[in-house]
Ligand binder design. Sequence first.
Ligand code: AMP
Ligand code: ZN
Length: 122
Amino acid sequence: MSTDPHCIFCKIIENVIPSSRVYEDDEVLVFKDIHPSAPVHLLVIPKRHITGLSAVQAADQQVLGKMMLVASQVAKDAGSTDGFRTIINDGRVGRQDVFHLHMHVLGGPTPLGRMIAMDDKT
Ligand code: AMP
Ligand code: ZN
């Protein structure tokens, strides 16, 4: 399994940094975002270190599909039974902060705000 010793999410996978895990299998881990933006805010990550969506290759197709399936299940298990949102930020333009591929799963009992504002410079 490919890991990066300087990557915070690899350290979470290896239990070097604690997290609140909600799902795990051979390929994928899901844990709660430490700074939730919604009542349900989970992060779905591959256990193999992939820097971001712009870096994926054909060989990653299996784990990418698994991430989608798992996102759907954990969202519902966490209480988002009436819909949710997934976000994958990538690179500078996508405002990615952690360079280990992750899918945000956002939801809760009430509708989220609409999509991004293009003029948000914060
Ligand atoms: P992004 O901006 O898409 O790269 O999102 C990175 C996310 O990782 C942010 O929502 C952070 O709150 C979250 N995060 C950073 N460190 C941790 C951690 N130790 N445990 C859980 N979530 C984290
Ligand atoms: Zn990593």
